[in-house]
Design a protein around this ligand. Structure first.
Ligand SMILES: NC(=O)c1ccc[n+]([C@@H]2O[C@H](COP(=O)([O-])OP(=O)(O)OC[C@H]3O[C@@H](n4cnc5c(N)ncnc54)[C@H](O)[C@@H]3O)[C@@H](O)[C@H]2O)c1
Length: 344
């Protein structure tokens, strides 16, 4: 168990063969697998470990109240009571929906996560947040509810497309920037993208540790770095731009905001920009949106206050700007406009 984190985390390969994992699942009266259809074949030979399976499509489109209701209805049909364990296997979207259902079904049942994307391994599975989108409002409904157990099994990465590996690297880069550990991450980046299992496992562990540092409620907001613009990009594109790619553009945009607002030195902005570029995702938004459409999307963010979007700004890498005890800040509208016109 790690400080500030209430889940037991295990790292490895083929974890469902591990005795600790099997023993962890044993005591429950019922175990229900909630799985992304894409990875279902990878766990189908393990059906002795669970009593029922609910297979759903992965992707942003399943983070809805309808999917939540579908899973709840299935649980009721299977006769699941308070002593049920949900075993969620999938990317961040499947974990977000399964986590929300677990948090509210019978006022809370136990859940364990087996993230199947790099992004979910380093981010979505860690820290207990879950969420559903409503209309254009991302993560509009959600809770903080820790999974009892997180099994980071890199065997799932064997089938993950390159673009999804790159999406995961963006969140790893974010954790490294926030911890001023960019050079170490940069040195490992090529090996991660080449899927060198030893390096991938080592770097996932580092990244998770970096995220856990920020889970304290007073500083948790820092993890939103890159996400105010990132979420707006996801919404504006109708979720056709994936989360990781949107956050990559968001990290560059919010670093630029930090620099133009008089905080982050130009040399550090350049270091961050070249790190994100090395991940290799497209960093231009294919369509131009008018500034008022951006504002509308930005004002749907949950950090909005006094009708103004709020951003995590950096003074330096490893030093988010803190003013009046807060890490989220309003910015000058002209500077925001300049940044937006540069990133799209
Ligand atoms: N709760 C949190 O703290 C938190 C943190 C970060 C992101 N998120 C959320 O996570 C989501 C993004 O997560 P994601 O990038 O994992 O998205 P995702 O779940 O949509 O997975 C991406 C794609 O990969 C497929 N896939 C999953 N595992 C695979 C595998 N092993 N092999 C081949 N294909 C596979 C999925 O079907 C999907 O098409 C967003 O909704 C974001 O808001 C949540």
């Amino acid at each position: 168990m790690q400080k500030k984190n209430r889940s037991q985390i295990m790292y490895g390969v083929n974890l469902f063969d591990n005795e600790t994992v099997v023993d962890f699942m044993q005591p429950y009266s019922r175990r229900v697998l909630v799985v992304d259809r894409v990875v279902e074949p990878q766990v189908s030979q393990l059906c002795h470990l669970w009593d029922n399976t609910i297979a759903i499509d992965g992707g942003e489109g399943i983070k809805t109240r309808q999917s939540k209701e579908h899973i709840e209805n299935q649980l009721i049909a299977y006769g699941c009571d308070k002593d049920t364990l949900l075993v969620a296997v999938g990317g961040g979207t499947v974990l977000d929906v399964a986590g929300f259902v677990a948090a509210t079904y019978y006022r809370g049942i136990d859940v364990c996560y087996f993230p199947s994307t790099l992004l979910a391994m380093v981010d979505a599975a860690i820290g207990g947040k879950n969420g559903l989108n409503v209309g254009e409002v991302k993560n509009c409904i959600g809770t903080i509810y820790y999974p009892r157990f997180v099994g980071v099994d890199v065997a799932f990465l064997n089938t993950l497309p390159d673009g999804e590996m790159q999406n995961g690297c963006v969140e790893m880069a974010k954790h490294a920037i926030l911890c001023d550990d960019v050079y170490r991450f940069d040195a490992a980046l090529s090996a991660i993208l080449m899927r060198d299992t030893t390096i991938v496992l080592e770097q996932i562990e580092y990244s998770v540790r970096r995220k856990i540092v920020f889970l304290d409620i007073e500083i948790r907001d820092i993890l939103n770095f890159g996400h105010t613009l990132g979420h707006a990009i996801e919404v504006l594109s109708g979720y056709t731009i994936p989360h990781g790619q949107a956050v990559a553009i968001g990290i560059i945009g919010e670093s630029m905001l930090s620099h133009l607002s008089g905080y982050l030195p130009l040399s550090e902005y350049t270091t961050i920009e070249s790190l994100i570029k090395r991940i290799g995702l497209p960093l231009k938004i294919p369509q131009k949106y008018p500034f008022n459409a951006w504002m509308e999307a930005l004002l749907r963010d949950k950090k909005v206050k006094h009708h103004s979007p709020y951003f995590v700004l950096l003074e330096r890498m490893g030093k988010p700007l803190k003013k009046k005890g807060r890490y989220c800040h309003a910015v000058d509208r002209r500077i925001l406009q300049e940044v937006i016109s540069t990133i799209c």
